[in-house]
Structure formats: C-alpha cells, structure tokens
Design a protein around this ligand. Structure first.
Ligand SMILES: [Fe+2]
Ligand SMILES: [Fe+2]
Length: 307
C-alpha cells in the first residue's frame, strides 16, 4: 500500500487547529467538533474508524478519499453526458483539478436517457455523501480527462483511435461499463480494509448501487447494438483484465454465445480489486509505481494514488 502522508495534505488544515495532521485531527475530535470548528454539517466519524492502524494499512479516510476520486470521475462523466454540464464548484472541493472533454450525448431513446440521468444523480449523491462524512479531510476533485482518457482506454481495448464516449448512446454506455465494474470491484476489495462498521455499511449500500448501474448498463448494451456492442463490451473487459494484473477478474457481456450480465466467481460473488489494481485500470498502465495517467492525468488525490 502506498500511504505517503505527505502527498495527501493538498488542503490547508482547519485554521483553528493549524498544528494537527489530518489523521490526528480525526483522532482528537469527533465529527461534531469538526463541524463546529469548520461550520460544516458532518456525520460524526465513528470511533472505530479512528482506531490506529498499522503503518501499512490505509485508514478509513484514505479509503473513502480513494472512493471520492472515483465517484467524482463518474459524476463528471454522467452529468456531462446527460446535462451538458459538470458538477458545481461546491461539489468539487476547494482546489479542484480541471475536467477535459465531455458533452451532451445526442440522445435518441428517452428510456436510455432517463436511465443515465438517474445514474448521474446517484453519482452526484455519492460525491456529496463522501464530502459530508469526510468534512475537511475530503480531497478535491482531481484533474480528469474524459476526452483523452476514454480515447486511450478505447485504443487499449482495440476500439479504434478516435473513440468519443459521448458521440452516441452506445458509446456512452460502453464508457459507463468501463467505470461501473471498476466501482463494484473496488468497493468489494476495500471492504476488508474498512475498520468502521458504520462506514462499511454505507460502502455496502454504495456498492449495491454500483452493481445496479453495472447490471443496467450491461443488459442495455447486450440488447442495443447486437454483435457490435457485445464485441466492444467484451473488448473493454479484456482490456481491464490485461491492465490489472495476472488474475482473471473480469468477464464480457457474452460468454460462449450466451448473455453474461453478471461477472462473478464460482460462488456468484462479485470480484474484488485492490486499490492498486483499480489504479492500473483508471491510469491505463500495467506497471507498478505509477501515480497518474489515463483518466486521471495528474493522479488521484489522497494517500492511495500509486499503482
Ligand atoms: Fe457511484
Ligand atoms: Fe455508478
């Protein structure tokens, strides 16, 4: 695990408590006191989330900030594709990175559009949840490259050189599929690392929502574009598998000529990815020690940012 404390403190500490590190701030103050000190309405950070961990293990704050980066990516993607605009400044944090690319999808089908409008609102609610519970520990939105990042992902999947995920409904669903499975497997992989039972319950609720998104996107892709969509979706799955290491943690939407809407192991459980495996996919690298690239050109913000 990469837990370099120094890389995470991109935000200024609370003015009233300048000498406290982020983690000691959490240890000393309950969420209510943080709310009083910062003027932010917070849920109290549970006591079990504050338990000291060994130096190698990421804290719950590290894990939730990791998730906040991914949720910010999803929010920018779906909001831009369904409204033409990204998240507001208030949702992006104090020092947000720029977002490159993304535009309104030329919607043809009202049902598909409504599905993705609902997904966009879910992702925005996830961002707001993390900002609420993390308070001043929340990292800002990292720089996100929706244009070059998805084009590079599509190249890696063999889908051609000029893939624009916002150019058509099918492309938009393919881009969504790239992210939703990463979300499902990232939340499952993080579950054993989360110390607070309350945070674990909340993360389970968010994992379920990502699973609904994934199932909807995969089943729509299976129906919408015939062999072309199925081949493209399988190519994205194969690309994820090449990037994330030697284990086979992915499945296409068609296996042996039959629908495969749910990627699972032999027990019908969703797969798990470590934060490093997730980072390889979103940075589009199969190497370790990489701290940016692909969808996050300057890397994610927070402690968990290196493959
Ligand atoms: Fe989400
Ligand atoms: Fe999602």
């Amino acid at each position: 695990m990469d837990t370099q404390e120094t890389q995470t403190v991109e935000e200024a500490p609370a003015p009233a408590l300048p000498s406290l590190s982020r983690r000691s701030l959490l240890g000393v103050l309950g969420g209510g006191a943080i709310a009083a000190a910062t003027g932010l309405a917070l849920s109290p950070v549970p006591a079990d989330a504050q338990a000291p961990s060994d130096a190698q293990a990421p804290s719950d704050v590290d894990i939730f900030n990791f998730a906040l980066n991914l949720e910010s990516l999803e929010t920018e993607y779906y909001l831009r594709g369904t409204t033409g605009r990204g998240m507001s400044d208030a949702d992006a944090g104090r020092n947000p990175g720029t977002v490159n690319g993304g535009h309104m999808v030329p919607w043809q089908n009202a049902d598909l559009r409504q599905f993705m409008e609902e997904v966009a609102q879910n992702e925005l609610a996830h961002v707001r949840y993390y900002r609420r519970v993390l308070g001043r520990d929340a990292v800002s939105r990292p720089a996100i490259d929706l244009a070059g990042g998805f084009a590079a992902a599509a190249r890696a999947a063999g889908l051609g050189d000029n893939f624009d995920p916002f150019a058509s409904e099918m492309n938009f669903f393919l881009g969504g599929m790239l992210m939703e499975d990463v979300g499902v497997t990232a939340y499952k992989g993080a579950a054993p690392l989360i110390k607070s039972k309350k945070f674990l319950e909340d993360a389970a609720g968010i994992l379920a929502v990502e699973g609904y998104h994934m199932g909807m996107v995969r089943s729509m892709l299976f129906r919408m574009g015939g062999a072309k969509a199925r081949r493209a979706a399988n190519a994205i799955s194969d690309a994820r598998d090449r990037l994330d290491g030697p284990e086979d943690l992915d499945q296409g939407i068609e296996v042996n000529g039959r629908a495969n809407i749910v990627p699972t192991d032999a027990d019908a459980k969703a797969f798990s990815r470590t934060p490093q495996q997730v980072l390889r996919i979103v940075y589009l690298t199969d190497r370790s020690g990489v701290s940016g690239g692909g969808l996050f050109p300057n890397g994610m913000n927070g402690n968990l940012r290196t493959t």
